[in-house]
Structure formats: structure tokens, C-alpha cells
Design a protein around this ligand. Structure first.
Ligand code: ATP
Ligand code: MG
Length: 273
């Protein structure tokens, strides 16, 4: 049971709209083609596809990390393409990101890592001197509570397991008070039980805070289980868009161009030796 979070519940999630989006990289590679997606505020979307299908490209266009080369993207009321400077930084404050490699500052404490999520709202002198506002520290502690790791607040980040580090990374993102959280293969470096713990954290922030979550996943069973909506990409195009639970063998073949193997699922039944 978590405490109701006044600061978050005021914000809720933002919708994301892709209109005929294309990305062609400078070397001529097509990252995405003709993407039309309308993600409602508060949806939890899992994106799957083979390596090179465009999952990371898709997620990174949402916060402007990868510039689109045709079409348009909006997050809430903000048109993403073409944003720069202060407006782009404001968008990125609203759109948190979680990575496969956690990206924590290892030489400092868990709490300091989470406070980094407040940097956008903090003057340079305060962050340089570590003179964080009491409200910001409270928000950071609440974020750690939300991912059930508040007891590690004063521990060095380097002392945590991979799963714990990913939970801290999620807390850091939450401290931003984001309206969207993007996660690019957040469990790819974790063992199966820990993967479920981290996926449940993402599910919880989606359900309790109404934050829109878009998560790239390698394993189809995880995507079906946690993505209320599943988007399948193949060669930069959407080839499936529907409920995770409806993604059956034929959907799998459309996305991967072959049948399902044990490599494609996290919790594959043990092989008889
Ligand atoms: N910076 C880049 N410059 C040129 N081409 C790129 C760049 N990043 C990605 N691509 C190309 O765009 C396509 C989509 O790549 P992307 O990284 O989005 O795939 P992915 O689905 O995330 O793959 P993975 O599962 O391996 O992470 C690929 O053909 C890739 O080679
Ligand atoms: Mg990728």
C-alpha cells in the first residue's frame, strides 16, 4: 500500500500522437516509416520487434532524442518535432526515460541520484552545493517509496544489485514528475524474477499515477503480460497494434517473420535434459 501522492495525481499522463512519422538516418538507413499511433493519456504500451526493427528509434523520437525526418509528433499539446533550447528541455522534463544500463551516478548515494530528477527545477547553485529544497527531498523520498527501496536512500549507488539500480533509475524519473515514462529494454540486463519486479514497478506507476508508459521489450511474454496495448514493429513499420493478450502465434509471425522460439520468451518452460 502506497500513500496517495498529491504532487503526482495533479498531473496525470499525456497523450502521444504520431502522424505519418518517418525517420531516415543521415547514412540513409530507414529507422521508421509511416508510423501512425495515437496513445491515450495513461496507456501502457509495450513495443516489440526484432533487433533493428526501430524500437529504440521510435521511443527516442518521443523526447526528441532522434529527430524525425517526416510527419509530426505531439506529446500532450506540445509539437515535438522542431523543438529546441528551453522548449526541448521543458519537454524532456515532462518525459522521463529509463535505460537498459540504469545510468546511475555510482559514486554518490541513491538519494542524490534520485534528486538529479529535480535538476530541471533547481537552480545551479543549489544543485552544486547540494542545498536541495525540503520539498524536493520529500518528493525524492516519495519516489523511492513508490518503488519500495526507500531503505536504501543513503546507500552508495554502486552497492546495489542491478534490479535495485533499475528501481532507483525509475525513482529518479518519477522525481521529475513526468507525464510520460519511456523505457528502452529496462529489464534486458536482469534475471527473470527481477525483471518481473521492475515491470511491476512500471505497471504500478502507470496504474497509480496515470503516467503514460511506453516500454520496449525483447521478450514477447513480458510484452503480452504488461502491455495492455502491444505494438509490433518490423523494418520500421507497425505490423501489429492491439491488446497484448490477443497477440497469438500469427501475430508473432507477422512481427518476427518466423515462429516463436524459447529465446523469445523470458519464462520459457525448462527444457528436459
Ligand atoms: N544512429 C544511427 N545511425 C544510422 N542508423 C541507425 C542509427 N540508429 C539506428 N539505426 C538504424 O535504424 C534501424 C532501427 O534501429 P533501432 O536501434 O531503432 O532498432 P531496435 O529495434 O531498437 O533494435 P535493438 O533490438 O537491437 O535495440 C536499424 O536499421 C539501425 O541500423
Ligand atoms: Mg533498441
Amino acid at each position: 500500500m502506497t500513500t496517495p501522492d498529491r504532487t503526482h495525481s495533479e498531473r496525470g499522463g499525456a497523450g502521444i500522437r504520431f502522424s505519418d512519422v518517418g525517420v531516415t538516418y543521415p547514412n540513409g538507413h530507414h529507422g521508421l516509416r509511416g508510423i501512425d499511433l495515437d496513445i491515450a493519456p495513461g496507456e501502457m504500451v509495450a513495443v516489440v520487434g526484432l533487433s533493428g526493427a526501430g524500437k529504440s528509434t521510435l521511443i527516442r523520437t518521443i523526447n526528441g532524442l532522434v529527430p524525425i525526418t517526416s510527419g509530426g509528433i505531439t506529446v500532450g499539446d506540445t509539437r515535438v518535432d522542431g523543438l529546441r533550447g528551453r522548449a526541448l528541455r521543458d519537454l524532456r522534463a515532462d518525459v522521463g526515460m529509463v535505460f537498459q544500463g540504469f545510468n546511475l551516478a555510482k559514486r554518490t548515494t541513491v538519494l542524490n541520484n534520485v534528486l538529479m530528477g529535480r535538476l530541471h527545477h533547481t537552480s545551479a547553485w543549489r544543485s552544486l552545493l547540494g542545498a536541495w529544497r525540503r520539498d524536493d527531498v520529500e518528493l525524492a523520498m516519495q519516489a523511492l517509496e513508490r518503488v519500495e527501496i526507500v531503505q536504501k536512500a543513503y546507500v552508495g549507488a554502486a552497492e546495489l544489485s542491478g534490479g535495485q539500480q533499475q528501481r532507483v533509475a525509475i525513482a529518479r524519473t518519477l522525481a521529475q514528475r513526468p507525464r510520460v515514462v519511456l523505457a528502452d529494454e529496462p529489464v534486458a540486463s536482469l534475471d527473470p524474477p527481477t525483471s518481473h519486479v521492475v515491470m511491476r514497478d512500471l505497471q504500478r506507476i502507470n496504474a497509480e499515477l496515470g503516467i503514460t508508459v511506453v516500454v520496449n521489450l525483447h521478450f514477447l511474454d513480458l510484452a503480452r503480460r504488461y502491455g495492455t496495448r502491444l505494438v509490433g514493429l518490423r523494418a520500421g513499420e507497425v505490423v501489429y497494434d492491439g491488446p497484448g493478450a490477443d497477440a497469438d502465434e500469427s501475430v508473432f509471425e507477422a512481427i518476427y517473420g518466423r515462429s516463436l522460439t524459447a529465446e523469445d520468451v523470458l519464462d520459457a518452460p525448462a527444457v528436459q535434459l
